[in-house]
Design a protein around this ligand. Structure first.
Ligand code: G3I
Length: 359
């Protein structure tokens, strides 16, 4: 739960000109604006970021994390690629370090992710096609991993990115080929619930804003899984956007996804200033558009009933920490997050705060 403070007083103390300038692009290229209050103090819901053991061991970054965020997602170290060794044994050192850090600092952990089409670990490839052996290893993995963190994480992304980018089909993957398209998902949710009777179990996907056909296919899948008895407890919209995305596409997406009445997690938000940049002539314009998109997403999220506002998670803290920050052309750096490479809040951070107070 966010700390009990007078959020409104905190936000009201910020000059309106500062907040408004953030949305109107008066600040420099995504550059620092006037100080903003700690995000987690200003928001009436959990504000998260993705982390790794490196980031929590980096003092300046750790300080930014502890100041601004109340929830953590392991960027990759709670996935099969870290936990499941080639010989089928489990390595929990890295995920344990992240969960321990969160516990020591009273932060929530959103665990990410049990089953993902993009993970094809050797241990499962070796039993690909071996029916009962594959199913047993699948059951064992989910039971071991979700069971280990029972009571220490608030939620899991149980199934990640099940819908194809075009939106017409469900992704064919190692799991669907061995266990059946719907059955790999149904059993993942049931197995996760058996292992952890407390965690909120999410299904999570991306481009649900900019591709309505993908959103329709995703929602149809959620409906089918719920009807089949899957204990889905929340819906994650990753919200990896870029400045070419129409801000008007965000509210309808949040509204549609919230129609199931389940908690919504904006689970991996970043706004690329490299992709979609052709329509913006200056860095300042790109930054202002990024701020508009952040404002739109937070405003849409604030429009949800409180019980459906699970969390907003940024996919990183500083621009330099982002998975997008490895440009083919070092000149054309992507600046997708709320804080610049020096850890200073950007226009996008001020827009995040402004949306919390309806400004
Ligand atoms: O840090 C190690 C380095 O020490 C090692 O030398 C190197 C080579 O093995 O690996 C480095 O770790 C890599 C890590 O990114 C940091 O760069 C991992 O191999 C690599 O798998 C990992 O990629 C992550 C990717 O998911 C796959 O797990 C990205 O950080 C992460 O941002 C990305 O996140 C995904 C979400 O889970 C799902 N939604 C899309 C999102 C972006 O792709």
């Amino acid at each position: 739960m966010p700390p009990m403070i007078d959020r409104r007083a905190l936000i009201a103390a910020i000059p309106a000109a500062t907040l408004l300038s953030a949305c109107n692009g008066h600040a420099q290229e995504g550059g620092p604006t006037a100080p903003v209050p700690p995000l987690k103090m200003a928001a009436p819901f959990a504000v998260g970021t993705c982390v790794s053991t490196d980031s929590i061991d980096d003092p300046p970054l750790r300080d930014l994390i502890l100041s601004n965020f109340s929830q953590l997602t392991a960027e990759w170290q709670m996935k099969m690629e870290t936990i499941l060794k080639d010989d089928g044994t489990f390595a929990f050192e890295k995920p344990d370090a992240i969960v321990d850090f969160a516990g020591q600092n009273s932060l929530r952990v959103h665990a990410h992710t049990l089953i993902w089409y993009a993970q094809n670990p050797v241990a499962f490839q070796r039993i690909d096609g071996k029916g009962s052996a594959f199913a047993a290893a699948y059951r064992n993995y989910i039971a071991a991993v979700a069971g280990r963190y029972r009571g220490r994480v608030v939620s899991w992304d149980v199934v990640n990115e099940p819908v194809s980018d075009e939106g017409g089909t469900l992704r064919d993957c190692l799991w669907s080929r061995n266990l059946g398209m719907m059955d790999y998902m149904l059993s993942a949710f049931h197995l996760a619930r058996e292992a952890d009777d407390q965690a909120v179990l999410f299904i999570n996907d991306y481009w649900l804003e900019k591709r309505p056909e993908k959103r329709r296919a995703f929602m149809h899948l959620v409906e089918q899984l719920l009807k089949a008895g899957a204990p889905i407890g929340g819906i994650g919209s990753q919200t990896h956007l870029d400045i070419g995305v129409d801000p008007a596409s965000i509210k309808p997406a949040i509204h549609d996804l919230a129609s199931f009445g389940l908690p919504i997690h904006i689970s991996e938000m970043d706004i690329s200033t490299r992709f979609g940049a052709r329509n913006f002539s200056s860095a300042q314009d790109r930054s202002a558009q990024q701020a508009r998109l952040v404002h739109e997403a937070v405003d849409a999220f604030m429009g949800l009933p409180a019980h459906q506002r699970f969390a907003i998670t940024m996919w990183g803290v500083r621009d330099s920490d982002s998975w997008l920050a490895n440009p083919p052309n070092p000149v054309d750096l992507d600046r997708p997050l709320l804080f610049d490479a020096e850890g200073r809040p950007k226009q996008a951070a001020s827009a995040f705060i402004a949306a919390l107070s309806g400004r």
